[in-house]
Design a protein around this ligand. Structure first.
Ligand SMILES: [Zn+2]
Length: 426
């Protein structure tokens, strides 16, 4: 079989279930193995949620944003791109990134190698092309580096070779949120190279930097005739970010949330007020919570509400979960608690199948530029297969719809199917 020829530096081929697909550190993974059904200690649905979004599809007068969750284009995916980096891994069971290629091929057939940069976006590219969103924002869940300074103590370390940065540019991404639990997987050298590679490709970054000022500075995206979008990126230790990764005055790192307290809200409100002009649309991208489970902790919900109420945030772009989570509209502002993975190399790995982590959503939010309120949200269901995005089947789109409705119930939101399997928030 094809995978046997791949240079997997393991003494035996481990059983699939042994692979670690969580991007958490081992310790946190254990702490999150509690049943996720404790869930439902959530705050009551508040009156403001009843403001429904109108039944419209994308309108040219709206400020349109494309948002998605984790884009993990490193490790196995890096190995099929034109410039694969050093494949050596330091994971417990897998010692070469090519092993993840072999697993994917084992599951779904031989992958072309090398692929063109655009390959990984698959059918998502046509969707972006036809919708032409004003801004495109992703959480980039990998370092972009040749660094071999592996961050010890982590279960997995992701890297993509900087010469493969064309794979991110191929989707004309404007902004990468970087305050996550992988940007420092290959040390400070890896972070510096990641920032430089993205800058060279004209992709703006938020949430990580060579000091806290850089990490905290928003990405400012002017949109002709519609104003500006400001993107802030923060990471929470609940997503597995080590405390030591927090940036400071003289230390590189990520903009790490010190918790979800009123004090944190005040700090963020202060940062935003210094940057925000009237009518700017503020996106708060937050990497928070575990990889699996639909629970939205009460403190996350309260934090999101307070960011909207007290800090002037217009959209919460939450991620870290490997699958989509429920959606809330609070005071006519969008809260995506977990966008789910958008690209990864987990294909062929078993465990957690019931969450359907292979299904992804492209979120297209339309914001009224006069009022900054959410006018519409349309979602395009995709499936990650053969290391690329493909349109999800009708049945899979319905499955996603049911999940969003089950999880949206407690937030007072629901979605309906439209043509081409598209899902609209009502
Ligand atoms: Zn993560």
């Amino acid at each position: 079989m094809r995978y046997r020829k791949a240079p997997i530096h393991t003494s035996h081929r481990p059983k699939r279930r042994e692979f670690i697909i969580s991007s958490l550190t081992m310790g946190l993974a254990m702490s999150l193995s509690l049943p996720s059904t404790r869930a439902d200690k959530v705050m009551p649905v508040v009156q403001e949620n009843k403001g429904r979004v109108p039944k419209t599809s994308a309108r040219a007068d709206l400020l349109s944003l494309f948002l998605c969750g984790d884009v993990m284009a490193g490790r196995g995916i890096d190995q099929i791109l034109p410039h694969p980096g050093n494949p050596i891994l330091y994971e417990r069971y897998m010692k070469s990134a090519s092993g993840y290629v072999a697993l994917a091929e084992d599951a779904n057939g031989t992958l072309p190698k090398p692929v063109e940069y655009a390959y990984i976006w698959g059918e998502a590219l046509a969707e972006l092309e036809s919708r032409q969103p004003d801004v495109r924002i992703i959480n980039l869940e990998t370092a972009v580096t040749r660094s071999d300074e592996v961050e010890a103590g982590k279960a997995v370390n992701y890297r993509m070779h900087p010469d493969n940065i064309g794979s991110i540019s191929a989707a004309k991404i404007d902004c990468c949120a970087l305050a996550n639990n992988h940007v420092l997987d290959w040390g400070y050298a890896g972070l510096a190279e990641t920032l430089a590679a993205l800058k060279k490709a004209n992709i703006k970054t938020a949430g990580a930097g060579l000091n806290i000022r850089e990490a905290r500075a928003p990405v400012i995206l002017p949109v002709s005739g519609k104003g500006r979008v400001l993107v802030f990126s923060f990471g929470s230790e609940t997503s597995g970010i080590p405390w030591s990764w927090g940036a400071s005055e003289n230390k590189p790192g990520v903009d790490l949330l010190r918790g979800f307290s009123a004090k944190t809200i005040r700090v963020i409100a202060d940062v935003i007020s210094r940057e925000k002009r009237a009518n700017d649309v503020v996106v708060m991208s937050i990497h928070w919570g575990g990889n699996w489970g639909y629970e939205v902790p009460a403190q996350h919900r309260e934090f999101a509400h307070r960011l909207i109420d007290e800090a002037g945030v217009d959209i919460i772009h939450g991620h870290s979960s490997h699958h989509v989570k429920g959606i809330e509209v609070y005071r006519q502002k969008l809260i995506l608690y977990g966008c789910g993975d958008f690209l990864n190399d987990y294909e062929g790995i078993s465990g957690h199948e019931s969450y359907r982590g292979d299904l992804a959503l492209m979120y297209f939010a339309g914001i009224d530029p006069a009022t900054n309120i959410l006018a519409d949200l349309c979602m395009v269901p995709m499936q990650i297969r053969r290391f690329r995005l493909n349109r999800a089947s009708g049945n899979d789109a319905l499955w996603l719809k049911d999940i969003l409705n089950r999880e949206g119930k407690k937030f007072g939101t629901w979605v309906e199917s439209e043509a081409d399997n598209m899902l609209m928030l009502r």
